[in-house]
Design a binder for this molecule. Structure first.
Ligand SMILES: CC(=O)N[C@H]1[C@@H](OP(=O)(O)O)O[C@H](CO)[C@@H](O)[C@@H]1O
Ligand SMILES: [Mg+2]
Length: 558
């Protein structure tokens, strides 16, 4: 870095002093906090993405969003060259950047890192950044801060893509780095055409009736807004959009996937008239989705069809297609196509049991898509989902080229039109329909809809795949959530000492009891999860564990 660059950084960094007395750390999916505290952090993430682009000689993405958090929060996520989340190796650098108390120290952190990583400021490589934001009112000015950070390293080598869903930005980054076209329209067109293709590949002999209307809760956010603009492209799927954001509702307030999944009650905009109908709810940046149906006219109850059930539906369908290939001597059999399922400790115990009984390999990772995605990428086909509805299916490049070769072969022989050829085409269509960069509410919805159509299942029939164990999730405000350290995919506490033994003793009192606690990476709380044979027991277990955590770490301890 030459002297001119260093003085540029010093000058612009002094315009973005960090807020006093607050520590903003890189969490489960980037930085998140009250929007009024974030100017400095986002400016510094602008510097980070510029350096990442120089280091990888690739397009990198920066997204301003706080997903399911309340509207006054905001945050920033980074998309790496693959379209996935920022490599975990750079997270300590992100934290160091955010923590530097003033411009000179910030410059020192940058200089040390540039030397360590051997980052060259070679101007012949035209670095490129794609920027996006959700609909939060604070988004525009935070994006300006990011642009200032980028410009202090790279001049103005960025493209502001405007208001986008998070997975659209990740998809664009991946597409750009593969030399493909990558506008928002291209994104929707790809999903629309592969959805149509999959619907057309439904086996002959199954009744081809029209798909019933799907009611979608847009969380009053970017998901609702985009569905309003582009939803008509999914011509086989009639959509009744609620909470599009236009009707004056507030983002994530009593609406959206996180609310529906955690509270298990009807979101605003839905009523007793919707009883039994197929509904889907997306979150504030449309990277998650859960399904549900209103259970009775007279109460707020819903039956939740969560990420675990979406995962199970996908797993069942993929396994069925692989079985067709395996039984027709294609050379692609169970041993050559390793299908892996990735969940977290929040997965309902009944889902894990169901998946294992299907004969599938199930692995648990810590919470956060960065962990699930990484694990799923180890398989030929890796399906990952968090219970809250964030997930996707990853196809390895090697497996995809095997499928493509097989597809070419069958087109040249008399097997065209056979079940084997249909299964090959279906898997290829799924690989184009499902977002390969990150979990995506829209592409997940389209795949769910295509599979329900293929199976000719209602949402009720789908829900019967297995019965969820009753569960309860609660949060506890504590003095310092990072005092809790966990191991074993977050299922056991190792610090503070003694806490795990108390939780274990409580769990032992309940039939089919299970409970664990962990510090949230997106909110200033410790999360408590409990499962048991009845709802009363799950509630009681969760409550007791909350009390244990509160006694150990709560404000009463001060
Ligand atoms: C229990 C839960 O739902 N946790 C969510 C939540 O993380 P926490 O670290 O639990 O706050 O937000 C993450 C980002 O959206 C998501 O990946 C994760 O699953
Ligand atoms: Mg989200």
């Amino acid at each position: 870095m030459n002297g001119e660059q260093q003085s540029m950084i010093l000058k612009s960094a002094s315009l973005f002093p960090p807020p006093q007395g607050v520590k903003i750390a890189y969490g489960t999916s980037g930085f998140r906090a009250d929007a009024s505290l974030l100017q400095s952090t986002v400016y510094r993430v602008g510097i980070l993405v510029a350096l990442r682009s120089l280091k990888t000689k690739s397009t990198i993405g920066l997204m301003i969003t706080a997903s399911h958090n309340q509207v006054s929060d905001n945050g920033v996520k980074v998309a790496d060259p693959s379209g996935g989340m920022l490599t975990q190796e750079w997270e300590p650098f992100a934290d160091a950047l955010a923590a530097a108390p003033d411009a000179p120290e910030l410059l020192q952190v940058i200089k040390d890192f540039v030397d360590k990583e051997n980052i060259s400021f070679d101007k012949s490589w035209c670095a490129n950044l794609l920027l996006g934001r959700d609909t939060r009112p604070s988004g525009e000015s935070l994006l300006e801060a990011a642009k200032q950070g980028i410009s202090s390293i790279l001049d103005a080598r960025y493209e502001d893509m405007g208001v986008l869903t998070t997975p659209t930005l990740h998809w664009m980054v991946r597409a750009r780095n593969r030399g493909m076209v990558a506008s928002e329209n291209d994104y929707f067109q790809q999903f629309a055409s592969s959805f149509r293709c999959l619907i057309d590949l439904t086996p002959k002999g199954r009744e081809h009736k029209e798909i019933d209307k799907l009611i979608v809760d847009g969380a009053n956010g970017v998901g609702g807004e985009k569905l309003e603009t582009y939803g008509a492209l999914f011509d086989a799927l009639p959509i009744d959009l609620r909470n599009s954001g236009k009707g004056g509702g507030v983002l994530n307030e009593g609406v959206g996937a996180d609310y529906v999944q955690k509270e298990k009650i009807v979101p605003s905009g839905f009523s007793g008239e919707d009883v039994g109908k197929r509904c889907a709810s997306v979150d504030g940046d449309a990277d998650r989705v859960v399904y549900f149906f209103v259970t009775s006219e007279s109460s707020n109850n819903i039956t939740l069809v969560d990420g675990d059930k979406i995962l199970s539906l996908f797993a069942l369908f993929i396994k069925e297609q692989l079985n067709i290939l395996g039984s027709s001597g294609t050379g692609i059999n169970k041993n050559q196509a390793r299908l892996g399922i990735v969940q977290t400790a929040y997965a309902n115990g009944a889902s894990t049991k169901y998946l294992k009984e299907l004969g599938l390999e199930v692995v648990l990772t810590p919470t956060g898509v960065k962990y699930l995605h990484e694990k799923a990428a180890e398989f030929d086909i890796g399906i990952y989902f968090e219970a809250n509805g964030h997930g996707t299916i990853l196809f390895s490049d090697t497996f995809l080229s095997k499928l493509e070769n097989l597809n070419d072969e069958v087109h040249q022989t008399s097997t065209k039109g056979s079940e084997q050829q249909m299964a090959t085409s279906r898997l290829l269509a799924v690989s184009k329909l499902i977002n390969q960069a990150v979990g995506d509410a829209f592409s997940d919805v389209l795949l769910v809809e295509a599979i329900l159509y293929y199976e000719q299942w209602s949402i009720q029939k789908w829900n019967e795949l297995y019965q969820d164990l009753p569960s309860r999730q609660l949060k506890v405000k504590v003095v310092d959530r990072n005092a809790v350290l966990t191991t074993n995919a977050e299922t056991e506490v190792v610090r503070p000492p003694g806490l795990q033994e108390l939780i274990k003793a409580e769990v032992a009192k309940y039939n089919q009891g299970r409970s664990f606690v962990r510090p949230s990476g997106t909110e200033d709380v410790v999360r408590v999860y409990a499962e048991a044979a009845t709802q009363e027991d799950a509630d009681a277990l969760a409550k007791s564990v909350v009390e244990i955590v509160d006694k150990h770490l709560g404000f009463g301890k001060l």
